[in-house]
Write a protein that binds this ligand. Structure first.
Ligand SMILES: NC(=O)c1ccc[n+]([C@@H]2O[C@H](COP(=O)([O-])OP(=O)(O)OC[C@H]3O[C@@H](n4cnc5c(N)ncnc54)[C@H](O)[C@@H]3O)[C@@H](O)[C@H]2O)c1
Length: 312
């Protein structure tokens, strides 16, 4: 059993980015499989998600939450467990803390999308929403040699804390300062739009991470429709992601949204030019969890990290 700290010791942001890129590619090629995630509402508090995937001789099930009111109660928004099993025998191999795996794979996919979709010269990073996943997104982008930039949060203390941690060149700022950066990562709870059409500038790349379930959005539908669109996986993105509102409004069709895996596989192009505005819609995939969990299992097998043991 790997707890939160053991997962982070086992898998660095750099390794997480490599493995998540590889997972997206394998999923695109059909080598890894992933049924749709199942939402179980727990009104009025939040929801549970069951997320299975199979690949690399392993099968994974993540049982994870999004409880937006938790921070006010001194608890994290996202908690849960991952069960990693042998895909040949069905036997459970490892239980992992889901919070750390989720944070790593979410930051990692933002880094992967930025590498594939942002302008080659893009460096500065705007982080809008400096909670747990905003922080890990920034850490992963730094591991991908991007940054520094501006941290913005409705709670200025969160923005200042993150900017201090990230180091030289990083500063806390207003929303407008963050939105002027080359790559903008939005990681708010998705209850109100933080990006509108007027904020879109030539060359901008947006990573939209906060809208990972039905009813959430961080941009207006008009802003979504004005971008070149990419997503992690179309079914999830069109039903519970940033592009959902624009799809429902008839402003965006399937043909306008490219999956990141297709770009990584060189089967689709990324941005059409340096002045394009690109938007990556991350809803969070079980194959990302599989990629990071598999790396953690390997690290344990190689003796790089200690695990706790339980007899079931
Ligand atoms: N795409 C994915 O794979 C993925 C993975 C995990 C979490 N998420 C989603 O990301 C979001 C953030 O999760 P978290 O765990 O970091 O939550 P969190 O509560 O730790 O952080 C959210 C932060 O956003 C700030 N915020 C709220 N409204 C804002 C606004 N309008 N402008 C600027 N900042 C604002 C809050 O003050 C807080 O600091 C949630 O919606 C969560 O479900 C997505």
């Amino acid at each position: 059993m790997l707890d939160h700290d053991a997962v982070l010791e086992a898998v660095s942001p750099k390794l997480a980015i490599e493995r998540v890129e590889d997972g997206l590619l394998r999923f695109h090629r059909g080598e890894w499989v992933m049924p749709p995630k199942v939402y179980l509402d727990s009104p009025p508090y939040g929801d549970f998600r069951a997320m299975p995937a199979r690949g690399a001789g392993l099968a994974v099930l993540k049982w994870v939450t999004s409880f937006p009111g938790n921070p006010a109660r001194g608890l994290p928004t996202v908690t849960g467990l991952i069960c990693l099993s042998d895909a040949g025998t069905g036997q459970p191999l490892m239980l992992l803390d889901a919070r750390s795996v989720t944070a790593l794979r979410t930051g990692a996919v933002a880094a992967a999308a930025s590498r594939a979709l942002a302008r080659a010269s893009a460096r500065s990073i705007g982080v809008v929403g400096c909670g747990l996943h905003g922080a890990w997104t920034a850490r992963c982008l730094i591991a991908a040699a991007l940054g520094p930039g501006v941290c913005h949060d409705v709670d200025p203390r969160s923005a200042a804390r993150l900017a201090d941690e990230l180091g030289p060149g990083w500063r806390a700022g207003e929303l407008a300062d963050a939105l002027r950066c080359d790559i903008v990562c939005c990681v708010t709870p998705g209850t109100s739009a933080v990006v509108d059409v007027g904020e879109l500038r030539p060359g901008l790349h947006l990573n939209m991470l906060g809208a990972d379930g039905p009813g959430k959005a961080e941009t207006t539908v008009e802003a979504v429709a004005a971008c070149e669109l990419f997503c992690d996986e179309w079914e999830q993105a069109s039903h519970g992601g940033e592009v959902t509102g624009a799809v429902r409004a008839g402003l965006v069709t399937r043909a306008q949204v490219t999956e990141l895996g297709a770009v990584l596989a060189d089967e689709a192009s990324g941005r059409t030019g340096p002045d394009a505005v690109t938007l990556f819609d991350s809803t969070g995939l079980a194959i990302q969890d599989l990629a990071v969990s598999a790396a953690a299992l390997e690290a344990w097998r190689a003796g790089k990290v200690e695990a706790q043991t339980v007899r079931l």
